[in-house]
Design a protein around this ligand. Structure first.
Ligand code: MN
Length: 251
């Protein structure tokens, strides 16, 4: 099996190293990841500049681009062969609910899927606890891969896997979930540059708003791994008829 690993926290992130360690015995491994933290890059492609690629070691590439750039490059000519499986992560932080719209971790998986390769995104959900249980997440990665080998997914499905930050023995199990929703993000944080000019940090994400039964938030809160099947189609199918009547009135 040919596996491609990527992430959005950057080539040297601990979560990517944990991911590599978890899967390198499973087949032929290539790593193509951003050369620095590109969290929040979403599905952006760099179209206004060329992409620099440094081969740090054989089949290990650090790219001056986004996670989507990395997977796009990897599949569209950088690697000699297409991967059979793309793994993105392990992200240092949650990708729950609305996070998936901003996430570079999820974007790398979506890019792989749209180019025809099975893909899974992994994220470790932690609060203020400085300890990171990447070893737990690594075992979750191995469990998910074993399942993927025995049962195939629909060709448009990407799995978004969020993992509680706890020892493996404290995990309650696995749950299939839907995306919840967050409250609006926290306000921007104003600051100044050394010359007194105003600058702003984007604020942190909001708390879970729709965190009810069946959501990824609820599963994590209860100590379960949340496995959410995602698709790229953002069409609001329930709104088609209503908007259709509205649009008909225009012509
Ligand atoms: Mn990240």
């Amino acid at each position: 099996m040919k596996i491609l690993c990527s992430n959005d926290d950057g080539f040297y992130a601990n979560g990517l190293q944990a991911l590599i360690h978890a899967v390198e015995h499973l087949g032929e491994l290539a790593v193509v990841a951003p050369d620095r933290n590109r969290s929040g890059a979403s599905n952006s492609l760099t179209l206004d500049a060329p992409l620099r690629v440094v081969e740090v070691s054989p089949q290990r590439y650090a790219v001056g681009g986004t996670p989507t750039d990395c997977v796009h490059l990897a599949i569209s000519g950088l690697l000699p062969q297409r991967p059979d499986l793309i793994l993105s992560g392990i992200n240092d932080g949650a990708n729950l609910g609305d996070d998936v719209l901003y996430s570079g971790t999820v974007a790398a998986a979506l890019e792989g899927r749209s180019l025809g390769v099975l893909a899974v995104a992994f994220s470790l959900v932690h609060s203020d606890d400085p300890q990171r249980h990447f070893a737990t997440a690594a075992r979750v990665v191995q469990t998910v891969i074993a399942q993927l080998m025995s049962a195939s997914l629909p060709s448009t499905t990407v799995l978004n896997v969020n993992i509680p930050n706890c020892p493996w023995s404290a995990l309650k199990g696995f749950r299939v979930t839907r995306l919840g929703h967050r409250h609006p993000a926290q306000p921007i944080v104003p600051t100044q540059d050394p010359r007194g000019r105003p600058m702003y940090w984007v604020g942190g994400p909001g708390e879970g708003k729709d965190a009810g039964e069946g959501t990824d938030f609820a599963a994590i809160e209860a100590g379960y791994v949340a496995v959410t099947p995602l698709q790229v189609d953002l069409t609001d199918h329930a709104a088609l008829a209503g908007v259709g009547r509205w649009v008909e009135a225009w012509s």
